[in-house]
Design a protein around this ligand. Structure first.
Ligand SMILES: Cc1cc2nc3c(=O)[nH]c(=O)nc-3n(C[C@H](O)[C@H](O)[C@H](O)COP(=O)(O)O)c2cc1C
Length: 313
């Protein structure tokens, strides 16, 4: 049997060892518990939970999702139970599972990221952190992930105060993602997740207004896949930590493209909304692919599409 196992944090003392390279993406799989009655979530490589903030959040006003060609726009506004309730109510359920659950952390300031990370450190059931740096820094309104120095500062601050494997999730809403990726890797991230949603807008013709109450939202789904692939391909040769590819992955072929473009693992997001079994189908498809290609390990195809020389962005 070919091995689907991957380590998405080889630089970390314990590593973050997954049975297979298919994770569910933050915000599209709740706390995992919502899906546990639909199938055995222990078959997943890992689950990334909905973003957690210091205080509970009710999120943005409705409407906050809109369907668009090839995907959707969302402006949920980080609705979540808050870190205390997550530790009290969600983590004990995760601790009973075999599948690693990664907490996606969102802060309005550097201190908030650090405080949440410290609170989650050593909590049974929390296997790692994914920093969602597509959040505005209240100090000046810019997203943490749009500036190399700010992205590195939040990575380093969390790295110093947390013993957990640390994934940093990059935003595509920048002119050049490469200096941000290298700054975050140098600041101590164990892996990069590429990418979060792209900023977009759609108009409700009947109301003659933007369809979302918060005007703009994050575009996700098959429409963004080529962009996410371009970013993974651009970043992979520049860093020596694993990349987790995200964006429009719904089928085995999509996941294979990301692996060949340099990703060690993938996350399935929007596809969970139109085919809740998509992650399981991709895991089975990757196993079948390895068997057909007579590969010993799925790792054998990671980066297969990268040229020897540094690629263009
Ligand atoms: C409804 C919804 C909610 C999301 N919430 C979060 C979130 O809380 N934190 C985060 O880092 N990303 C969040 N995302 C972004 C996804 O995790 C993922 O990066 C993005 O949707 C691209 O992948 P996809 O095309 O497979 O959906 C959300 C996406 C959607 C569609």
């Amino acid at each position: 049997m070919p091995s689907l196992a991957v380590n998405i944090a080889p630089r970390h003392p314990t590593g973050l060892h997954l049975m297979n390279p298919v994770l569910t993406a933050s915000g599209t799989f709740g706390y995992g518990t919502e899906y546990a009655s639909l199938y055995d979530v222990n078959r997943l490589g890992a689950i990334v939970a909905k973003a957690v903030t210091l205080r509970p959040r009710r999120g943005n006003a409705m409407p906050r999702i809109a369907e668009v060609p090839g995907g959707m726009l969302n402006a949920i506004g980080l609705q979540n139970v808050g870190v205390e309730a997550l530790i009290r109510e969600k983590a004990p359920q995760w601790a009973a599972w075999d599948v690693p659950v990664i907490a996606n952390v969102a802060g309005a300031s550097l201190d908030e990221y650090v405080t949440i990370a410290e609170m989650l450190d050593g909590v049974p059931g929390v296997a790692g952190l994914e920093l969602n740096i597509s959040c505005p820094n209240v100090a000046h309104g810019l997203d943490f992930g749009t500036d190399p120095a700010m992205a590195a500062a939040v990575t380093q601050a969390v790295r110093e105060r947390s013993s957990l494997p640390l994934i940093v999730k990059l935003t595509p809403n920048v002119t050049d993602i490469r200096p941000i990726a290298t700054a975050v890797a140098e600041a101590g991230a164990d892996a990069l997740a590429v990418m979060n949603t792209l900023s977009g807008l759609t108009v409700d013709l009947a109301r003659k207004r933007p369809a979302l109450a918060s005007t703009t939202g994050g575009l996700s789904g098959p429409a963004v896949r080529s962009i996410a692939l371009r970013l993974v391909y651009a970043v992979a040769p520049l860093v020596d930590i694993p990349i987790i590819g995200i964006g429009g992955i719904g089928e085995t072929e999509d996941a294979l493209m990301f692996l060949m473009a340099g990703a060690t693992a993938v996350q399935v997001g929007t596809a969970n909304f139109y085919n809740h079994r998509a992650p399981l189908e991709i895991i089975a498809g990757l196993a079948a692919y390895c068997a057909e290609e007579e590969l010993d390990s799925i790792m054998d195809i990671v980066g297969a599409a990268l040229p020897q020389s540094a690629p263009i962005a």
